[in-house]
Write a protein that binds this ligand. Structure first.
Ligand SMILES: *Cc1c(COP(=O)(O)O)cnc(C)c1O
Length: 373
């Protein structure tokens, strides 16, 4: 029997969310972020859909992810955010590299000249993320130097907000300001040389809540999968991933018995303990021990005791005792999703587990075994 939970992805929901993002940005072109296997939703399927919808470009973290998409037949432009493809990969797979320092730009330039090519690149600007890229107010000369390298054509500039949830809108505005100032300075310096070059900085939060950041192209990830990085419930978005697992057994324990490793839960009453087939090895966070829930028969049931490697325990007493006549013993439970009046989406799990919805999705979705509806 197959191990672990089963993951269902609603392609229609992703379509809806993509349309919503476009609408919000006045139909700007979209660089749709499908890194980390499309946040656990299956990059090939998601990219296929986005391509059908006419997406402007796809964004991945690493060259290997781009190659996976090309080998699956994806033809849309692909931008690689974090590692730099070599010239053979750029030509063979038609990739758009992102340049974050002068050395790799020089190497690329030399290779492009040798192959008598011109490579289109986007330049990464650090406006406050402190990760990769040319520091907007320090490295201006270096950026200008890249523009003079033969064999390379700068077709875009990108920057990234250091707060995915833009809780500190003031700092987001500082970053945006630095980016826009740089744009103005480069335009002045080159006298329009940069016309037609695309400037982009808008992640999901900025797409939804910071319209001045939309600039030329938006670059959303999380919202495509149905989550708002700021509001826990946003009725305009549709979460695309549902995760279920099997109920392996239901045991009746008297009051006063401990459940699971470390005996962190002790029954206060006669308890129906559901043993469910998901554990931290499946991306079900151990931090959900004694704090998370699952949905069984359309009702929330608390996780009791510690989440184990392969299985976990849930208190099904109320769910089963309130079952209506004819309702059968539960065979499965929902870890992520909704049923009846109960909903358990990644924002809520993230709060219970002390993390962010991004990590919930990439953890629970980390399986090649998904069903698409
Ligand atoms: C992940 C990522 C995004 C998307 O961010 P979301 O918060 O998921 O919308 C955009 N740009 C870059 C460079 C990224 O790495």
């Amino acid at each position: 029997m197959k191990r672990g939970p089963s993951v269902e992805i609603s392609i229609d929901s992703i379509r809806h969310n993509y349309d919503y993002a476009r609408g919000l940005s006045n139909n700007r072109p979209v660089i749709a972020v499908v890194k980390a296997d499309a946040y656990g939703h299956g990059a090939v399927k998601v990219a296929t859909l986005l391509e059908e919808l006419g997406v402007f470009c796809l964004g991945v973290a690493f060259v290997s992810e781009a190659i996976q998409l090309r080998e699956a037949g994806i033809t849309a432009p692909i931008m690689v955010f974090f590692d730099t493809p070599d010239i053979a990969e750029i030509t063979r797979y038609a990739l758009i590299p992102v340049i974050s320092e002068v050395g790799s730009a020089r190497t690329l330039s030399e290779m492009a000249l040798r192959y008598n090519m011109q490579v289109s690149v986007h330049v990464k600007v650090d406006t406050g993320m402190g990760r990769l890229g040319f520091v907007s107010d320090i490295d201006e000369e270096k950026i200008k130097a890249i523009a003079t390298l033969a064999g390379i054509k700068v077709t875009g500039f990108m920057s990234h907000f250091s707060e995915a949830d833009l809780v500190d809108m003031n700092f987001a505005n500082v970053q945006l300001e630095r980016f826009v100032v740089l744009k103005a300075r480069l335009i002045n310096h080159y006298g329009g040389h940069y016309g037609g070059v695309l400037w982009h900085i808008a992640n999901s939060a900025a797409t939804m809540y910071l319209a001045p950041a939309h600039l030329d192209v938006i670059r959303p990830g999380l919202m495509l999968y149905g989550y708002d990085p700021i509001r826990e419930d946003n009725p305009n978005l549709r979460p695309a991933m549902t995760v279920k697992c099997r109920v392996l057994d239901i045991r009746r324990l008297p009051a006063g018995r401990s459940v699971g490793y470390g005996r962190t839960f002790v029954t206060q009453r006669e308890t129906l303990v559901g043993v469910i087939g998901v554990g931290y090895a499946d991306g079900f966070f151990r931090a959900l021990s004694n704090t998370g829930h699952v949905i069984v028969n359309g009702r929330l049931a608390p996780i009791i005791g510690r989440v184990c490697m392969d299985v976990s325990m849930a208190d099904l007493t109320d769910v089963i005792n309130s079952a209506v006549d004819g309702e059968s013993t539960p065979q499965e439970c929902i870890l992520l999703g909704s049923q009846g009046n109960a909903a358990l989406w990644a924002n809520k799990l993230a709060r219970a587990a002390g993390t962010i919805p991004y990590e919930i999705l990439t953890s629970l979705g980390r399986t090649p075994d998904r069903t698409f509806t």
